[in-house]
Design a protein around this ligand. Structure first.
Ligand code: NAP
Length: 198
């Protein structure tokens, strides 16, 4: 099993950590304030979770990035080289308290994030559902749908396999430009809570 790092331990980072650890996957989770500030969170997650530094989390085979949009540049500026490691972009270009969309100069949000991480294989996923829905992959007798997109086929397959292992139904939207369908705000898909019935 690949090792997994999570940068950002708020609503989304913690929800992803819970899903992964419940499925027997070990995670290292980090925030801006250091491992000591995460003691209560990792205690609640059990033995599969460890509080680590941002640097340590960034060296995992798969790195989830779950940080407030305005803080992303600061969070990743000292990281890398990425050497082809997979980064899962869970982020959306909007945040409290104003909830005013950031100006991306026409780019897809995950392209903006990819530009911050030269050499990483970025996959956009886990960004279009609120934490409460993300917490429950099994839904209404079926599997909750998670969309993913990216430029790197092997990385996408790895993330899709992880999505399925967690109990979701994964749908490939294509490349990062096509991933705009699941961009929030703007794309039509985040407004939908879809469940796949077999
Ligand atoms: N909440 C949602 O419904 C939702 C749904 C889908 C996607 N998203 C996206 O997911 C991302 C995270 O959202 P959230 O709701 O989880 O936010 P959040 O609850 O505010 O948590 C943000 C996390 O980012 C960390 N962080 C901030 N600056 C950092 C830095 N420089 N280095 C390392 N960590 C840093 C914070 O750590 P400290 O507390 O130590 O500063 C905190 O753990 C956002 O891009 C958001 O758009 C959110």
């Amino acid at each position: 099993m690949m090792n997994i790092g999570i940068i950002g331990a708020g609503a989304i980072g913690a929800a992803i950590a819970k899903l992964l650890t419940q499925n027997g996957i070990k995670v290292g989770i980090a925030n801006s304030r250091g491992p000591a500030s995460l003691a209560a969170l990792v205690a609640g997650l059990g033995g599969n979770a460890q509080a680590v530094t941002v640097q340590e989390a960034s060296r995992a085979d798969i790195v989830f990035l779950a940080v407030n949009w305005s803080k992303l540049p600061q969070a990743v500026q000292a990281l890398g080289p990425w050497r082809g490691r997979i980064v899962v972009d869970t982020n959306n270009p909007i945040e409290a308290p104003l909830f005013k969309p950031f100006d991306l100069a026409g780019k897809a949000s995950s392209q903006v994030v990819a530009d911050m991480l030269p050499g990483a294989q970025l996959v956009k996923a886990f960004n279009h559902l609120p934490p409460a829905l993300l917490a429950n992959p099994a839904a209404e007798g079926g599997k909750r749908v998670l969309f993913y997109s990216g430029e790197h086929q092997a990385a996408k397959q790895t993330v899709a396999a992880l999505i399925e292992k967690l109990g979701f139904f994964s749908i490939d939207l294509g490349n990062l430009e096509q991933g705009r369908l699941a961009q929030f705000p703007g794309g039509p898909l985040p407004a939908l809570n879809l469940v796949k019935h077999s």
